[in-house]
Design a protein around this ligand. Structure first.
Ligand SMILES: *Cc1c(COP(=O)(O)O)cnc(C)c1O
Length: 460
C-alpha cells in the first residue's frame, strides 16, 4: 500500500541560502509593526529530515520507529512518514493519526505495555500486530482481545542516570522474564522479541550495552521455549541537539559495538528503535515577546545613584508563553530553558540578573529562576532554540492563553537532497516511501527542478 501524505500539509519553501533562522527574523519583523506580538514557533522540517540522514549514517542496522508522543504535530509526523520510517504509538489516537497518513500497520509498534482493552481491540481491528507487554495481566488481555498479536517483551533497564526515568513504571525484571514467556506459551501467544527504554535523556551509553546484553539473555530464553525471536527494539533516549554532554554519535558507537557482539548481523535479528526527542527537538524554535517587566532595586548595594554599570538591580521579565504552554517541559521533561537574544548585545552591554515568567496568574509559572540578560523593554523578543520535544505535545491553554502558531518551513538544500534520494531510491527504507514531490502550487509535476521562489509547498 502507498503511504499517501495528505495535501493539507503545508510548509513554506525557503529560498536558496535562507535558513529557518531567517524566517524567525522575518516573522519578528512582520509582527513588530503591529501590537499583536504573539509568541510563535518556526519548525524546520528540513532539520527533521537531516536528523534522519544522520540516523541512517550512525545506526545503519536500526530502523527508527518515531515515538509519536514526543511531538504529534501532523506535518512532522507526515514528513517522517514520507521518509518510510516506522512509528511507536501508545494510544488509539496516535494510531489513528499515523494511519490517517497512509502508514501501513506493519510500520507501527503499539509500544505501551499497559493498554486499555478497548484500545487493544482497536489495534486488532486495524491490523496493528506488534505490541509490547511487561506483565502477565497484559498477556491475558491480549490473548482475549487481539486476534494475532506479535508480542515484544519490554524489559527494565538501569535508567538511574537518565534525565527522565521510565523503568520505575515499565519493564519486566530479568528474573521474571522466563515466567512471562512460559505464560505466553500457555496462552498460545506469539512472542517475537524484546524491547527496552534506557530512559529519556540518557547520559550513560553503558546503559544501552547492559540492556542489549540483557535482551540477549531473554532472546535465548524465548528461543528455548520455542518462540521465533527475531525483533530487538532498543527504544529511545537519544539526545535531540548537540547542546548536551553526550553527543548522539558517542552513544551510537557504543550501541553498534554491543549489537555486533550480542546480535551480529548473521543472527538475522531485525533491529528497531523508538527515537522521539532525537528527531524533533532541534527543529523547533520558539519566539516569545516580553509583555511586562519589573525592576527590583538591590537595596544591599545601596543607592549610589551615579554608580550605573554595576549589577545593582534585578529584572523580572514576563513573556507570552509559560509552563502551562510550551514550557511544560520544565516540569514534565526536567528541561532547563534559557533564551538567546534577538538583538545582539553591544560588547559593553551590561547583563543583569533576571528571572523569566510565563503569562498565567500562577506563581509556579516561572521559566527561568536566574539568568543574565540585558535591560530589555516590553515588546522585545526572546528566542528559545531546541523546543520541539515534549513541548507542544503537552501544552495546555490554562488561563486562556493560546498555544503559539507554528510556521513550518523546509530548507532548500535538504529539499534538493530529498529529491535526489527519492529519485535514486533510499537505502534503509522501502521504495514506496519516497513521496516528496515538487510543490503543486509551483505549477510543476514531480521533477528534480528546484523552485527558485519561496512558496507554499505541499507534500503529496
Ligand atoms: C517516550 C518513549 C520513547 C521516546 O523516548 P525519547 O527519549 O524521546 O527518544 C520511546 N519509546 C517509548 C516506549 C516511550 O515511552
Amino acid at each position: 500500500t502507498m503511504n499517501t501524505i495528505t495535501p493539507e500539509l503545508e510548509f513554506t519553501f525557503l529560498e536558496e541560502g535562507f535558513s529557518a533562522r531567517d524566517t524567525v527574523e522575518q516573522k519578528i519583523n512582520e509582527s513588530s509593526v503591529t501590537d499583536d506580538r504573539d509568541a510563535f514557533y518556526v519548525c524546520d522540517l528540513g532539520d527533521v529530515i537531516k536528523k534522519h540522514l544522520r540516523w541512517t549514517r550512525a545506526l545503519p542496522r536500526i530502523t527508527p520507529f518515531y515515538a509519536v508522543k514526543c511531538n504529534d504535530s501532523r506535518p512532522v509526523v507526515a514528513t517522517l512518514a514520507s521518509l518510510g520510517i516506522g512509528f511507536d504509538c501508545a494510544s488509539k489516537t496516535e494510531i489513528q493519526l499515523v494511519q490517517s497518513l497512509g502508514v501501513d500497520p506493519s510500520r507501527i509498534i503499539y509500544a505501551n505495555p499497559c493498554k486499555q482493552v478497548s484500545q487493544i481491540k482497536y489495534a486488532s481491528a486495524h491490523g496493528i500486530q506488534m505490541m509490547t507487554f511487561d506483565s502477565e495481566v497484559e498477556l491475558m488481555k491480549v490473548a482475549r482481545y487481539h486476534d494475532n498479536a506479535k508480542l515484544v517483551l519490554r524489559i527494565a533497564t538501569d535508567d538511574s542516570k537518565a534525565v527522565c526515568r521510565l523503568s520505575v513504571k515499565f519493564g519486566a525484571q530479568l528474573k521474571s522474564c522466563r515466567g512471562l514467556l512460559e505464560r505466553a506459551k500457555e496462552l498460545g501467544l506469539d512472542v517475537i522479541g524484546v524491547s527496552f527504554h534506557v530512559g529519556s535523556g540518557c547520559t550513560d551509553p553503558a546503559t544501552y550495552t547492559q540492556a542489549i546484553a540483557d535482551a540477549r539473555c531473554v532472546f535465548d530464553m524465548g528461543d528455548e521455549l520455542g518462540f521465533n525471536m527475531h525483533l530487538l527494539d532498543i527504544g529511545g533516549g537519544f539526545p535531540g541537539s548537540d547542546n548536551v554532554q553526550l553527543k548522539f554519535e558517542e552513544i551510537t558507537v557504543v550501541i553498534n559495538l554491543a549489537l555486533d557482539k550480542y546480535f551480529p548481523v548473521d543472527a538475522g535479528v531485525k533491529i528497531i528503535a523508538e527515537p522521539g526527542r532525537f528527531y524533533v527537538a532541534s527543529a523547533y524554535t520558539l519566539v516569545v515577546n516580553i509583555i511586562a517587566k519589573k525592576v527590583i532595586l538591590d537595596e544591599d548595594i545601596g543607592s549610589d545613584e551615579e554608580d550605573e554599570g554595576t549589577n545593582e538591580k534585578t529584572l523580572m521579565y514576563y513573556v507570552n508563553d509559560g509552563v502551562y504552554g510550551s514550557f511544560n517541559c520544565i516540569f514534565f521533561d526536567h528541561a532547563h530553558c534559557l533564551p538567546t537574544l534577538h538583538k545582539k548585545p553591544k560588547p559593553d552591554e551590561i547583563m543583569y540578573p533576571c528571572s523569566i515568567w510565563g503569562p498565567t496568574c500562577d506563581g509556579l509559572d516561572r521559566i527561568a529562576e536566574q539568568c543574565y540578560l540585558p535591560d530589555m523593554q516590553v515588546g522585545d523578543w526572546l528566542v528559545f532554540d531546541n523546543m520541539g520535544a515534549y513541548t507542544v505535545a503537552a501544552s495546555s491553554t490554562f488561563n486562556g492563553f493560546q498555544r503559539p502558531d507554528i510556521h513550518y518551513v523546509m530548507s532548500h538544500s535538504v529539499w534538493q537532497h530529498v529529491q535526489q534520494i527519492c529519485s535514486h531510491g533510499m537505502p534503509a527504507s522501502t521504495e514506496e516511501s519516497c513521496l516528496f514531490e515538487v510543490p503543486a502550487c509551483c505549477g510543476r509535476e514531480s521533477s528534480l527542478e528546484i523552485p527558485t521562489k519561496p512558496c507554499q509547498a505541499h507534500v503529496v
